[in-house]
Design a protein around this ligand. Structure first.
Ligand SMILES: [Zn+2]
Length: 534
């Protein structure tokens, strides 16, 4: 024979013709092949999975059994069909996969939509198996290009909300931000936050959400440009990217890679900004791609400036600069607006205590947990330990009282000078938070005092002391839920409450009320003076 196959060999061969999607295929196999081999061969020729329920049909529509005795069909081709139920099963499997992969929400939404579309096409007999395979292959390729892993499920909602904020502010429309690119950008941002107790994606979301709230509260849409709003929102979402959970002091004292790279100058903030622009530098994630080169340059400068402004080591410098502009504030002057934007991102970054106590108190716990992790490490590495991070020296109320009184309230009061609507919405909750931490602190001190008293007055001194070691008296761990009395043993607390039923707490509340009255009186006196001066 012309093809070199001997007559004997060709006698053992069988040739059949298949029609697949309108195209004819010639399939040759040995008569000694098993049914399974023949089916695999036919599947391969038809371009369907070897595991599928492939069926062979003759011209009259009857099913032909796939086996070695399969009749040859030189003139009348067989057609290959795959059961629709098989397709439906495979699609359901794909859909279940989509649900399981909901973590990867944004990309998965597209895939899910495509499955629905394919299902509809099948229902209408408009699709081929090859097309389905191609479709799935395309999606796989997309995923590889995006090179992102899965966001956690509770991040999905936060990502959608941030997207909504961009939409609400008109940023997507005004800067022609491609919505798929925005989603990829947000997913990539989320992926580049670490799972620290405090400096994590949830914190960055809260900061961004607070910025969005302030933009509305202070009508910034009427006072600032759309570019300013884009800078503010994007800086917020990027401002703590890849935070390692150890602050600048640690970086510098331990001479970490970041401290060396940035010469001890705001190493973390420089890193956050650098990671932000690494993400934006990916064409798939570049939300500024449709802006002019000049605008892209400006937006980069400003985002870097705002992220760097979140270094608390620069707090006084930034506050003083803003103070000096307040009396003559000019919303048309770039220097003034830059100064305001720095104050805004700073306010948002440390704004947890503005939120209801059910929200803010767990955040304080998380921050202390991160601080304690750092101080434990500093101790183990022989590095200096800041007292406010030392689990043996700090408690939640003492940490928060000083911060609210000396940092938060003065900062928000500064903003209030430009936007009087800030006071009732943000400063009032800060004062309330201050009061509740004062009560907590006085409670804590009273309990400690009672515990010390009981140790001194107890007849069986040694036994009583064993109720609580001296270090555990002051020691408090944020990982345990509840009030800051948790380091004190139940026995001691009961002892205290038996001795002083509510008297010390009442004393504390009354002291705070008196202090508040004095502050109110001072405020009204100042306001009267202001009015007289005008
Ligand atoms: Zn932050």
């Amino acid at each position: 024979m012309g093809n070199g196959v001997s007559g004997k060999a060709s006698a053992n061969l069988k040739t059949i013709y298949l029609e697949v999607e309108g195209r004819k295929h010639k399939v040759v196999f040995s008569k000694h092949s098993s049914s399974r081999d023949i089916k695999d061969l036919l599947s391969s020729a038809a371009g369907v999975s070897r595991w599928s329920n492939m069926m062979l049909k003759s011209q009259d529509g009857s099913t032909v059994c796939i086996e070695p005795n399969l009749p040859s069909n030189t003139a009348r081709t067989f057609t290959v069909s795959q059961l629709k139920s098989e397709l439906a099963k495979q699609l359901s499997h794909l859909e279940r996969k989509v649900e399981a992969e909901a973590l990867k929400a944004i990309e998965m939404q597209h895939l899910s939509a495509e499955i629905t579309e394919i299902r509809e096409q099948i229902r209408q007999d408009r699709i081929t198996w090859q097309a389905i395979k191609d479709n799935v292959k395309t999606n796989k390729n997309d995923r590889r290009n995006i090179s992102i892993s899965r966001p956690m499920p509770n991040f999905v909602k936060m990502l959608s909300l941030v997207e909504h904020m961009y939409q609400d502010l008109g940023l997507i429309e005004d800067f022609e931000i491609n919505s798929v690119v925005l989603r990829r950008f947000l997913v990539a941002i989320q992926q580049n936050y670490r799972l620290n107790p405090f400096h994590n994606f949830r914190h960055c979301f809260c900061v961004t959400q607070m910025m969005f709230s302030i933009i509305h509260l202070c009508n910034l849409k009427d006072l600032l440009s759309q570019m300013d709003l884009l800078v503010l929102m994007t800086a917020c979402i990027c401002h703590d990217l890849d935070h390692p959970g150890f602050n600048n002091t640690y970086q510098i004292n331990a001479q970490t890679e970041l401290a060396i790279r940035y010469n001890d100058i705001s190493p973390l903030e420089n890193h956050h900004a650098a990671v932000a622009f690494e993400v934006i530098g990916q064409p798939d994630c570049n939300i500024f791609a449709n802006m002019s080169k000049e605008d892209q340059k400006k937006i980069r400068q400003e985002i870097v400036m705002l992220i760097l402004a979140t270094d608390m080591a620069r707090h006084s410098e930034i506050v003083e600069r803003f103070k000096s502009k307040l009396d003559t504030f000019d919303f048309h002057n770039d220097d003034y607006v830059s100064s305001l934007k720095m104050i805004l991102i700073k306010c948002c970054d440390i704004s947890n205590e503005v939120r209801p106590i059910e929200v803010s108190e767990p955040w304080a716990d998380c921050l202390l947990e991160e601080y304690f992790m750092q101080s434990d490490r500093e101790k183990s590495e022989g590095l200096p330990v800041a007292p406010f991070m030392d689990r043996d020296k700090v408690s939640k109320p003492t940490a928060q009282i000083g911060f609210i009184k000396f940092v938060l309230i003065p900062l928000f009061e500064l903003l209030n000078k430009l936007f009087p609507q800030v006071a009732p919405v943000m400063i009032m909750p800060l004062r309330e938070a201050y009061e509740s931490y004062e009560i907590m602190r006085l409670d804590e001190e009273a309990i400690k005092a009672a515990a010390t008293d009981s140790v001194h007055t107890d007849e069986n001194g040694m036994e009583s002391c064993s109720l609580m070691s001296s270090s555990s008296k002051a020691r408090w761990s944020p990982t345990k839920a509840g009030k800051p009395t948790m380091g004190v043993s139940r026995e001691i607390r009961e002892m205290f409450h038996d001795k002083n039923p509510e008297s010390k707490q009442a004393e504390a509340r009354s002291a705070i009320k008196n202090q508040k009255k004095a502050e109110d009186a001072e405020r009204s006196l100042n306001s009267s003076r202001d009015k007289m001066a005008n």
